[in-house]
Design a protein around this ligand. Structure first.
Ligand code: PEP
Ligand code: MG
Length: 763
């Protein structure tokens, strides 16, 4: 390992680089890396040597290296071309001057006329008055800003993309070197390490978690940065590609027994992930003198940077696939650790998270989750609620700033993530945790209280369940049954659809645990964001509206029939309720019900009573109600999907999360009509989307006449505690008035909440 001295080398200011004998080409990366490698190999190079090499390599008149010190200070640690006496003396706050700006923003500053930039700060001791242009690049590693490296020229010029890229690569190398050399030698570990950082967020699953940061996906230190043996590195890359291929093959064979469609999807994924474009860039970086893992890391950083700017979700997904491949390659090259076995008590901070991954982390013991790209009605959020894992969708930057192993406070009540919290803040949260526990104890008293409102309306409160471990909630909450059993969740957890016997055993167990209480089993609702491990939604532009759910079931009836058989077998003669998701036409419902009846004709014992119901998630059904009500035995409104289709607003897009409200005139109007139709036809109606578990929404639904609500386990007692105090007769005229006033489609949440608070309802 090279030993780095503080930079005190005198630069030869009298002989500017332009007069040197051997003039390298602008941005000749290969030559610069060769020189760096040579210097590193001697093991005695200083930061000043480094600065000199960079200035020469990039044909600049000066170079500076600033290192981060505690208290968000950047200290000049080495220079070439400026006054060496300024080393150790010139200090800038993070955010001060152009160097401070690069550190604060994390962005490269390429300024042809730096001295006239509004943020420029002149420091006389550096002797930089002759410098006209500057290229400053933050030196970052695993979320920490370790410093800033900059080159300067006397002429007014914008640095060319190849020079920018070279300096960015040098910054990456310097980051590795600084973090390896350690704080005692060249500097502290970066400003982000010492000071707390706060990130605002939307609550996905309420709760509070306090634990060590787990920043999965952050790169491990790379052992060898530069290489002489380009051929060997290229070979290592090809081997890693092959190995990543093999793991993909393994995923396909293990998880998709005979499923051609999914196989197509995975093959398409593989094509994108291995598209020659970015791998060619990796090969080019290796040819410049980087090791295979450094080259993959470098291109991955560029991809992430690009990904931040891409608005088109389809394109973003393509880039995400490449990133997935990057991770596989980094693991194969030994540049990234596989997932840790255990993550007990830790707070996971990630860019995005699928439901399968969330389950995986849950089994490893994760205590809380912060996701940059998620929304409350996405399935990761639903699962987090089901598993009572506090989860937040946090603003961008948290992943970048998170440092593995440091303390994090995830407040999924107020919606904040605090990295490196101050001791006083920790104390406040410890109190909040205690208060939360007290509240939970008080709510537990409602378990055996009948859910009857003040005006005498009997409410039925049911559970939404996806995992066996949620069945405990039946007794813990005193729920009236299971209004929505999401069968696909077990498949996601198992990494594939179990065979008929496996499924039948699962469904039988659920009915055993329900112990006579009704269970509405929903058939597999896979697709969109509920993908089995290894599957990606490659082939469709709008997967939520694509070939998913019952549509797959009807087109590939073998899978659906197997599941229906398993349900009948699991019931063992007990009453059975089967519900179909994503039904768009009465015809589809009929086809599904016919399959159920055909299977029921074969299985013995026949259920004591067999009911076929439908989810109402697709708006087209609202215009086929007479036909639907003549055929369906029950209806359950899935507000999550129905809202996204009603308002044409993707349920997984954070920017749209608060844009449209279930508590708005059009939705309430729709529900009211539905209630009337169902009552007239004598068909039971329930609401099982996430809205049913929000006390204020539940209150409005109840006032409209929806008497059965199905929700996640954590919501039952708070909703019940609110309902038993509510007088729906008193609310109805108020609600009518609010709806009239909000007829333009806006939310009536605020005024309704005011009414509820005035009537002492805990919403
Ligand atoms: C819904 O869409 O509201 C629903 C309950 O189903 P899921 O959330 O599983 O799509
Ligand atoms: Mg749905």
């Amino acid at each position: 390992m090279p030993h780095w001295r503080r930079g005190t080398q005198e630069a030869d200011i009298s002989s500017p680089p332009t007069r040197r004998r051997k003039k390298p080409k602008f941005g000749d990366t290969r030559q610069l890396f060769a020189a760096l490698r040579e210097n590193l190999a001697t093991g005695t190079a200083s930061l000043a040597d480094f600065a000199k090499l960079i200035a020469e390599g990039l044909v600049a008149n000066g170079a500076v290296i600033y290192i981060t010190r505690p208290g968000e200070i950047l200290e000049l640690a080495a220079t070439y071309g400026l006054n060496v006496s300024a080393v150790g003396r010139t200090k800038l706050r993070v955010g001060e001057g152009i160097v401070g700006l690069a550190a604060a923003s994390g962005d490269i500053q390429n300024l042809p006329d730096v001295q006239n930039h509004p943020r420029y700060v002149y420091r006389a001791e550096t002797g930089e008055e002759n410098m006209a242009s500057m290229l400053a690049v933050p030196v970052k590693r695993a979320g920490r800003t370790l410093g800033v490296i900059a080159v300067m020229s006397r002429e007014v010029r914008t640095y060319a993309p190849v020079e920018v890229e070279s300096l960015a690569t040098v910054a990456m190398l310097l980051a590795e070197i600084l973090s390896r050399a350690g704080a005692s030698d060249v500097g502290e570990e970066g400003f982000s390490e010492t000071l707390p950082r706060r990130y605002a967020g939307h609550v996905l699953s309420s709760g509070i978690a306090r634990g060590q940061v787990l920043a999965y996906g952050a790169a491990a230190p790379i052992a060898n940065l530069l290489t002489e043996d380009t051929e060997a590195e290229l070979k290592r890359l090809e081997d890693a590609v092959e190995e990543a291929n093999k793991t993909l093959d393994g995923l396909i064979t293990a998880n998709i027994p005979g499923g051609n469609a999914s196989r197509d999807v995975l093959d398409a994924y593989r094509m994108v992930a291995q598209s020659s474009g970015w791998l060619t860039q990796v090969r080019a970086a290796i040819s410049d003198g980087l090791t295979a893992e450094t080259a993959v890391d470098k291109i991955a950083r560029q991809l992430r940077e690009r990904m931040r700017r891409v608005a088109d979700p389809y394109l973003r997904e393509r880039l995400a696939d490449i990133e997935d491949m990057v991770n596989r390659l980094m693991v194969a090259l030994g540049g990234m650790a596989p997932k840790p076995e255990r993550a007990d008590g830790m707070v996971l901070i990630v860019r995005r998270l699928g439901p399968a991954d969330l389950l995986d982390w849950h089994t490893r013991g994760i205590a809380g989750i912060a996701i940059e790209e998620a929304s409350a009605s996405g399935h990761a959020a639903i699962l987090a609620r089901a598993l009572s894992i506090p989860a937040l969708q946090v603003e961008r930057g948290a992943v970048e700033a998170a440092v593995e192993g440091e303390l994090a406070l995830l407040d999924a009540e107020e919606g904040t993530l605090v990295l490196r919290p101050e001791p006083e803040v920790i104390q406040v949260y410890d109190h909040a945790l205690a208060a939360r526990n007290e509240r939970a104890a008080a709510l537990a008293n409602y378990r055996d209280v009948p859910a009857i409102t003040k005006d005498g309306t009997e409410m039925t409160l049911m559970l939404n369940v996806g995992l066996a471990l949620e069945l405990d909630q039946l007794d813990r909450t005193g729920a009236d049954g299971i209004g929505l059993y999401r069968t696909e969740i077990a498949a996601l957890a198992a990494g594939g659809i179990p065979d008929v016997a496996g499924q039948a055993a699962e469904y039988g167990k659920v009915m055993d645990r329900a112990n006579g209480r009704p269970v509405q089993f929903r058939t597999l609702d896979l697709g969109a964001d509920k993908l089995l491990p290894g599957e990606t939604a490659q082939t469709e532009e709008n997967p939520a509206m694509g070939w998913r759910s019952l549509r797959i079931g009807l087109d590939r009836p073998a899978i659906l029939r197997r599941q229906l058989r398993a349900l009948l077998l699991g019931a063992q003669g007990r009453p059975l309720k089967v519900m179909f998701p994503m039904v768009a036409t009465v015809e589809e419902f009929r086809a599904a019900r016919d399959l159920l009846e055909a299977e029921a004709g074969r299985i013995r014992p026949t259920p004591e009573r067999l009911e076929a119901g439908t989810m109402l998630e697709v708006p087209s059904l609202l215009f086929q109600l007479p036909g639907l009500l003549a055929e369906a035995d029950f209806i359950s409104v899935g507000t999550n999907d129905l809202m996204q289709f009603l308002f044409a607003a993707d349920r997984g897009t954070p920017e749209l999360a608060d844009r449209y409200d279930t508590l708005s005139a059009p939705v309430l109007e729709m529900l009211e009509k539905l209630v009337t139709y169902c009552q007239e036809a004598g068909i039971p109606l329930s609401v099982c989307g996430e809205a049913a578990g929000r006390p204020l929404d539940a209150l409005a639904f109840a006032a409209l006449g929806v008497t059965t609500l199905s929700m996640s386990g954590g919501a039952i007692l708070p909703v019940k505690a609110m309902l038993v105090e509510a007088d729906l007769n008193a609310l109805r005229p108020v609600l009518r008035e609010l709806r009239r006033a909000g007829a333009a489609g806006g939310s009536i949440r605020e005024p309704l909440a005011v009414w509820a608070r005035e009537h002492n309802l805990a919403i």
